[in-house]
Structures are given as structure tokens and as C-alpha cells.
Design a protein around this ligand. Structure first.
Ligand code: PLP
Length: 392
């Protein structure tokens, strides 16, 4: 047995991450000395705050290879997803450009629920199926495109099972058919390099708190050239962010977001390798010691910090409870936790109810240690053995 490391052990990095110390340091002055409003920059207070915001914008633009004017700061990826999909739909409707949207059944709730609300407003949405690994076949996207299609929204990496989408192929199909392409890249950021030019992405949602930045801040990349994307704003007011998103900017958080993106980019290789080694070790240990375990998602095309495992005959909520207070993991995704219903992602990749109800999502992070993983794997093995004995 491995020694008992310091607990609790946090393995829920898809839900959120701690703020990096370097990010906190960068944010600090913007709460106090540099407290100005960037929209009121006729004086040094405002212009310094504005400089902080523009530096963050430049950093993010540099990492995803766009111009800084193409980054809109939001309150998080939920808002970014809403602005991308509803903003696009409402603009298209107003200018008679079409009313059809293509997405997939495994998208984040922030996309799916916007799409459902748009259906209520008379829009038409095609929800494409995925294969057993959670992949959308680009061919099905091509076939779903119609005269009136305005947007394709497919996430870059799934927040429950980690599957990475063929973004480049989808971008090419979108371009060839003159349809805009949005991707939710919240979980991909930091593990998958994303260049919006070479991948043909027109809109992209990002969130700071999934990459060691603060909560309550995100961004939407909006292409302004070749072709120019037009959106209907959702939040009206003082015309901030070029009129696309009014409201005084959350300066400290934006500054921290910029730093977090920079670090995620600089440390991508190192972080990816680290979590890949740990997830591999954890999976091997669990898979050798237990019968009837299934790795959900794609065997290779997955973000390296994700392990989504079903344990035959074990109720996932009971397993999560059994791991308390030592190990923090999630049964399904954070957003569906609390609801009794099975994850829509697992339902999309499998017909077996046991797979849905016995799935645990392990989300590792850059600071997760080998010791923690050994301990966690052993605890999981013990708990599963105990719970399976109760069931059979
Ligand atoms: C967390 C998450 C979101 C929501 O981001 P917030 O910034 O918390 O609103 C959207 N999409 C995916 C894939 C996520 O993982």
C-alpha cells in the first residue's frame, strides 16, 4: 500500500481548478492601486486598468492566433456559449440569413439549453449523434448542412469523457459550405493547441477557472475578417467590448485570465505529459485489479487529464459517497450532479444503463501527484470491491 498522502485529494479538475499563485500575484494590484474603470480612461486610474485588460487580451489573442480586437470578455464560458449561439441566431433571423443550427448531443448544457430555447423561438436545430467513443462523424455534419444553416457548434473536448473532436475537419466543412463554426474549447485549452486560423474556427468559448484562473470570467473569440462574424448582443448598456457585451469589465479577473492562458500555453507540454502519465497509471492499476471496468470516451483521442470509468454493478453516487472525505471526484459532470437523471453524454455513447449509472469522472490536474493517484486508485478499488459485494 502506498502511504496516505495529504487528503482530501482533488480529482475534479473538469469542474474547476484552484487559482495559480502566479495568477493571484498578477491580479492583486488590480483590486487596490489599479482599481480604475477601463471605460473611464481620461485619467491614469482608468488608463492603467485599461492597459491591464489590453495586455490580457493580447496574451489570449497571441495564444489562439487571432487579433486582440477579436476577443470579447464575458462572465464565463456559459455566457460565451450563449452569446455565440443565440447572438448568431438572432442576427441571422433579423437579417434573413437562415434559421438552422447544427450541434451534437454531447455538448455542454450551455449549448444544448440555448439551442432548446431557440427551438422554442422558431429556430430549427439538428442534434447530431456521436459514436461509442463520443466522436461526431464530420460526414454527418456535411450531410446536415442546408440552405438555411447559419452555425455549426461542436465542442473541442468533452467535459465528461474527454473526447477530442476533429476540429480541423469540421472547420474545413464549415468554410466550404459558408457556414460559421463555433467551438466550446473550455476543456481543450491547455491540452490541445488551438490556432483559430489553421482550424477555421469563427467563434470560440473559453473559461478562466478551468485553467487555473479565477471564476466568473471567460472569453468569446469572434472572427472579424475572412469572413466577418456578426452577432446580436445579449447584454445591452454602455457599449463595452465594441457593443457586443456591455458592463464594466471585471479587471482583476481579466488580468488573471490573461496570465492563466499564458501559463497554460507555455506549460502545455509539461502539464500534458504529467497528467498523461498519471491517468495511464491510474487506469492500469484499476483495470488490473477490478473486473468489469469500462473506460468511457475515446481510447486515444482524449484530453490527457480525463478518466471516465464505469464500474459494473456499482451505483456511482454510492461510490462517490464511499470515497468521502478523502477523494473528491464527480459522478458524471458537475452540472448534472444533484439531478438524478443519467448523464446525457453517457446516454449518447452507450445503450447500457449500467454504464450510465456506474460512471465516475476523474479529472486530474497539474499539481496532482503520483502518490495521490496511487492512494486514490487503491481507495477506489477497495470501495468498488465493497460495493460490488453488497450488490451481488
Ligand atoms: C465549465 C464549462 C463551461 C461553463 O463555463 P463557466 O465559465 O463555468 O460558465 C462550458 N463548457 C464546458 C465544456 C465546460 O467544461
Amino acid at each position: 500500500m502506498s502511504p496516505n498522502p495529504e487528503t482530501p485529494i482533488y480529482l475534479d479538475h473538469h469542474a474547476t481548478t484552484p487559482v495559480d499563485e502566479a495568477v493571484v500575484e498578477e491580479m492583486k494590484p488590480y483590486f487596490t492601486e489599479q482599481f480604475g474603470n477601463p471605460a473611464s480612461d481620461d485619467h491614469i486610474f482608468g488608463s492603467n486598468a485599461k492597459k491591464g485588460v489590453e495586455k490580457a487580451r493580447e496574451r489570449i489573442a497571441g495564444v489562439i492566433n487571432c487579433r486582440k480586437e477579436e476577443i470579447i470578455f464575458t462572465s464565463g464560458a456559459t455566457e460565451s456559449d450563449n452569446l455565440a449561439v443565440r447572438g448568431m441566431a438572432e442576427y441571422a433571423e433579423k437579417h434573413d440569413k437562415g434559421s438552422h443550427i447544427i450541434t451534437s448531443v454531447t455538448e455542454h448544457e450551455a449549448i444544448l439549453e440555448v439551442c432548446e430555447s431557440l427551438e422554442g423561438d422558431g429556430f430549427d436545430v439538428t442534434y447530431l449523434p456521436v459514436d461509442e467513443h463520443g466522436c461526431v462523424d464530420p460526414q454527418t455534419i456535411k450531410e446536415a448542412i442546408r440552405e438555411d444553416t447559419v452555425l455549426i457548434s461542436i465542442m473541442a473536448a468533452n467535459n465528461e469523457i474527454g473526447t477530442i473532436a476533429p476540429i480541423r475537419e469540421i472547420g474545413e466543412i464549415a468554410k466550404n459550405n459558408q457556414v460559421f463554426f463555433h467551438t466550446d474549447a473550455v476543456q481543450a485549452m491547455g491540452y490541445v493547441p488551438i490556432d483559430v486560423q489553421s482550424t477555421g474556427i469563427d467563434l470560440m468559448s473559453l473559461s478562466a477557472h478551468k485553467i487555473y484562473g479565477p471564476k466568473g470570467v471567460g472569453a468569446l473569440y469572434v472572427r472579424r475578417r475572412n469572413p466577418k462574424v456578426k452577432l446580436q448582443p445579449l447584454i445591452h448598456g454602455g457599449g463595452h467590448e465594441r457593443g457586443w457585451r456591455s458592463g464594466t469589465l471585471n479587471v482583476p479577473s481579466i488580468v488573471g485570465f490573461g496570465k492563466a492562458v499564458q501559463l497554460a500555453d507555455e506549460q502545455m507540454q509539461e502539464r500534458s505529459q504529467h497528467v498523461a502519465e498519471l491517468t495511464t497509471a491510474m487506469w492500469e492499476r484499476i483495470n488490473t485489479k477490478l473486473e468489469g471496468v469500462v473506460l468511457n470516451g475515446h481510447p486515444e483521442k482524449r484530453i490527457p487529464n480525463n478518466l471516465n470509468i464505469s464500474f459494473a454493478g456499482v451505483e456511482n453516487k454510492a461510490l462517490v459517497q464511499n470515497l468521502q472525505p478523502d477523494i473528491a471526484v464527480s459522478a458524471g459532470s458537475a452540472c448534472t450532479t444533484g439531478k438524478v437523471e443519467a448523464s446525457h453524454v453517457l446516454q449518447a455513447i452507450s445503450d447500457e444503463e449500467d454504464i450510465w449509472h456506474s460512471a465516475i469522472r476523474f479529472g486530474l490536474g497539474k499539481d496532482t501527484t503520483q502518490e495521490q493517484i496511487e492512494y486514490a486508485a487503491n481507495q477506489v478499488i477497495q470501495s468498488v470491491n465493497r460495493l460490488q459485494k453488497l450488490t451481488f
